[in-house]
Design a protein around this ligand. Sequence first.
Ligand code: GLC
Length: 746
Amino acid sequence: MKQLESPTDWLEARKIKTRGREEQRPANIFAGGSSCDSAEIQGVVVSRLSVYPKGSESAPRTFAVIEPEESSVEGLEAEGEATWFWKRSSKDQQLLDFEWQQSSESRWNFYFKLPKDAMCFGLGERLSGFNLRGRVHTLFNHSDNMHVPTLDPLYKSIPFLLIRHQGRYQGIFLDSPARQRWSLDVELEEQASIELLSRRGFTVYLFETSSLPDLLAAYTALTGRSKLPPNWSLGHQQSRWSYPDESTVLAVAAEFRTRNIPCDAIVLDIDFMDEYRVFTSSPERFPNFKEMIAKLQDQNFRVVTIVDPGVKKDAKYFVYRDGKKHDYFCKKADGKTFYGKVWPGQSVFPDFLREDVRLWWAALHGFLVENNVSGVWNDMNEPCLFGQGCPLPLDAIELPKEHHQLFMQQSPEGDVGHFEVRNLYGLEMSRATWEGLTALRPDERPFVLSRAGYAGIQRYAAVWLGDNMSWWEHLAVSVPMLLNVGLSGVPFCGVDVGGFGDDCSPELLARWYALAMFYPFFRNHCSKAGAEQEPWSFNQRVEDAIRHFVETRYRLLPYIRCLFWEHIRTGAPLMRPIIWDYPEDQFAAEIDDQFLFGRDILVTPIVKRGQTERSVYLPNGLWYPFDGGEPLEGGRLHKVGFELDEVPAFVRDGSIVPFVDLIQSTDYYELAPITFKVWGDHAMGLYLDDDGISFEYEEDGYNEWLLRYDNGQFSSNLANFGYIAPEREYYFQHGLRKERVHLARE
Ligand code: GLC
């Protein structure tokens, strides 16, 4: 990686185009300091360059990279003060011809080569096909509910790009929460560039490896991994903006139980609050909030409630009063409190970059915990303000002065304008939520859902991709979007099932569930204006199809739990592109309407209206239709039909997948029998178990078995035994043969 050296370099340098206009490379005015070192992280050589402008002494801290004491993964070790977690490596990296410079007080430019056949993935939430090449991607957290194909930017910014070229992978992580624009060879000249608007400098990490899993392992060792989610959060969640009152909520819940459609959580949107005051409930519409939750718990439901960052300006409201008293809200550059309009009207915004503010916010969750709310949904945390477009116009080429940056925030280095750190707002809010729930309920792993995020958000929250529409196009694009979110280090993700805006149709809802049963985060959610889309909202045929998909999701819970184990050990996402396991398969690299759900299941959804069959690409090997039938030979395309109620997926020959007997809520998970289904004559698999709720698994409180099937014999080898589980029955099944088995105890 090199700094451009003299103005003559730029004169000779080729022209680049960003934002549709031609631009000569500007002159480099850099006169600050920098440091460069490298490390081997999880076997991958990573170079780090920290750059700070004149007058600063170090690059800013961004909260993306985990502290060594928080890390349990190998390769992050403190080593002296200057290189606090880096093992120096002898290799001097010169990747991608990566060049950088400062071209004005607030503008930094980066240039790198993108060879002709290189493909680009990652960058967080992009409304795009799987390959991000050929487009400008803006990273500046922003809320927009009209997700048309050109929309940019969106709610989450994760500046980690993965580049695939000739079987090798390189990664660039530009750690700065200020606005970045990545132009990925828009001009078809094999050149990419990034523009960063910041006065504070940055740290950039370059990774080089030969495999995609290794790259993810290294990136997530640096920015952290998710914890195991509580079991219930992996179940089916039902949401609506908004169920207006207690009786509606109870009626919806009852409907799930009478109709035998498994469900674990009911989600309460903004109308459960008292005039949108966070940490309150409406005395008129939810007068018996705690009792209502208790009734839901009796039927094995959990409750998730929304918490937005905007605090209503109301001198009588305790959160506003207390926050004002302690000076916790963001102020403008002139020192006056910043007010912005969101759901409650004029509101103030906590400065989540401050530890004292996060602690205060964390403690406010006492209200929810006392009422037995189980999970918290952080919305609008870009932060979104009404009546504003993107607060920094896309064509801005300089960072505005502080008084034009909405408000100020307190970073570890001191006061900064909001735009310098905007992409951290949602991350730090979710961190406060996660830390609050962990402190208030130390025996339970929390469930937090966030709309905004930055690198590292996976440590604190699951994410969904905001306000999609009940459009077939949004069903289809959810696959590449979620694949890129997963490759940006965030495994626990999904989109609103059925679509948020507009009216869902019966066929679309059935097809959406057929795909969504494989989303790691599985929630039906719909806006105020849209038609009802609970599973029973249409006809019997659609309801029956949805029931089959939700039931299948529940049966797969032990497998899904194992995939999360894999994530915490290796950083692997749950939804993976086919090239994850078939790296040489160039044909597969181009596919973005199929994906692997873990190693053993290939999902091939129908994403077009009226379609009942599609062309399916199976990678090498034999693949069994999920709902039964003869296996198909891989390495080629097949025309395959999927009826409205058929699971559009295949299982890999040679796999053993654990299934649990049908349950209506994960409350029944612990005791339900498990069946290991074997596909093929020689098969291997893994099965892990823990209590599904506490952090004990981090202290050896889990069991792990390696499973084998060979010569008609099923066997299990114990790899860990630290959890005394309630007795349950185990079976193995191969074709029609099903037998009881006992797992090895030593
Ligand atoms: C935002 C969220 C949406 C929610 C609505 C009301 O649009 O993205 O999910 O229902 O706000 O809270």
